[in-house]
Design a binder for this molecule. Structure first.
Ligand code: LLP
Length: 411
């Protein structure tokens, strides 16, 4: 399997028509490379899968909030799902209409709420009663009305990694059905709010649609007595394929299974991973190869500081050599320089023999990659490169951080 973003042209891994070795020669490693075409293709595929429900798509900026990524998607008609005032700020800078922003999050601060009210975001996805009071009073103070979707905790357990499941009642997310009923019986207490939607998101990288169908059914049963609720936000969660043995994601099956339930409602969808993951790779360079304790460690200049998913979730990402080789693969551990045993990019990876200086691509790294990167071990964060939709030109979407960047906010 090759990712949507990267394919071999001859023996060279490329994004669209641009060889990754050429990008590395210009910007060094580690470096993220994104494909505008893959972003647009993924957006189109999600739209097609849900065509029957005609959802407004709000790309979940938490997956990858680089301005160039946001611009590509916003220019193609996407709204934004933001989870902080910082993400709203980025989305507005990238040109989104405020009305096409949904502001979600279990712990919005009063300052963030005021920022969102002041900028006129389209929706607040609300997760607790206190938050409603704050939004109402801030909207009142500014003489505006704010539109609200209540996030239901449907008490449904998603078939995914427990770290990214959100729909069970033991999770911190959403409001239980009884609480939502109580709120909807007292809407008069919030004169500056329009209660117009219900929101459900039971987790990410969902492997099976049945839990989502159950969650949506709960939500629809709940709102039936309240005819003013016409919008159903079905969250994100569409899965992607990280390795060749992952099952192919069934976005069409998701769309088809949900469509009959959603008839007659306005639908919002918040995909993040489905849009961005396969549109990005992380390029790293081999520093050393070390044979020790019966294992082979390929030590690269990329680490858990740049891509945390393998260390945090035991996530597996396919790893490909940037220059293809016909040599028989060997099983190696691809690790980084960070001082923790968990600093692994790939466990038991089959790779042709590599040596110092070789380039590797960590695939399907466009979502939850750079956004979760840190400066751990005082590592400057890597650059991000966008290969443009023409397929032949590219630009640096974010410079590599410098030592000055590392210490700028300190004294
Ligand atoms: N909507 C809500 C309310 C969410 O909490 C999320 C993701 C999304 C939409 C987008 O979900 P997606 O379509 O990307 O599955 N860092 C983890 C994933 C955390 C997901 C958090 N919420 C990872 O690397 O797997």
């Amino acid at each position: 399997m090759q990712t949507d973003a990267a394919r071999y042209i001859g023996d060279e891994l490329a994004v669209s028509a641009v060889r990754l070795s050429a990008i590395c020669a210009a910007v060094g490693t580690p470096a993220y490379v994104y494909s505008a075409r893959a972003l647009l293709d993924n957006l189109a595929r999600v739209r097609a899968a849900f065509a029957e429900s005609r959802p407004q798509i709000h790309y979940s900026a938490k997956a990858n909030a680089n301005l160039s990524v946001l611009r590509v998607l916003i220019d193609a008609g996407a709204g934004i799902d933001a989870v902080s005032a910082g993400e709203i700020h980025r989305a507005l800078l990238a040109g989104v209409a405020p009305s096409r922003v949904v502001f979600a999050g279990v712990g919005k601060t009063p300052d963030e709420i005021d920022y969102a009210v002041a900028h006129g975001v389209g929706w607040f996805n609300v997760e607790n009663v206190e938050e409603l009071r704050i939004i109402n009073s801030m909207a009142e103070a500014r003489g505006v009305r704010s539109r609200v979707a209540l996030r239901l905790n449907p008490d449904v357990t998603a078939d995914t990694d427990p770290h990214i499941a959100t729909g069970h009642s033991g999770a911190k997310f959403g409001l239980l059905a009884d609480t939502i009923r109580e709120i909807l019986a007292t809407t008069h207490s919030y004169p500056s709010l329009d209660f117009a939607g219900i929101h459900v998101h039971i987790g990410s990288q969902l492997r099976d649609v049945s839990a989502t169908v159950r969650a949506i059914q709960h939500a629809l049963d709940l709102i039936r007595p309240y005819p003013f609720i016409r919008t159903v936000n079905i969250g994100g969660g569409l899965a992607v394929r990280y390795t060749p043995d992952d099952p192919a994601p069934d976005w069409d099956g998701f769309g088809a299974a949900l469509a009959p339930h959603l008839r007659g409602y306005d639908v919002l969808l918040e995909p993040g991973r489905a849009i961005a993951a396969s549109a990005g790779v992380l390029l790293v360079r081999v520093l050393y190869v070390k044979h020790q304790g019966g294992r082979t460690f390929v030590i690269t200049d990329g680490s858990m500081a740049e891509l945390m998913r393998p260390a945090l979730y035991h996530a597996r990402h396919q790893i490909l050599p940037v220059r293809r080789s016909d040599s028989a693969p060997v099983i190696v551990q691809v690790v980084g320089p960070v001082c923790e045993t968990t600093d692994t990019l790939g466990h038991d990876v089959a790779l042709p023999p590599v040596s110092a200086g070789d380039l590797l691509a960590i695939c399907t790294a466009g979502a939850y990659g750079m956004v979760m990167a840190s400066n751990y071990n005082a590592r400057p964060r890597p650059p991000e490169v966008m290969v443009n939709a023409d397929g032949t030109t590219w630009h640096i979407a974010r410079q590599r951080e410098t030592f000055d960047d590392l210490t700028r906010a300190e004294r």
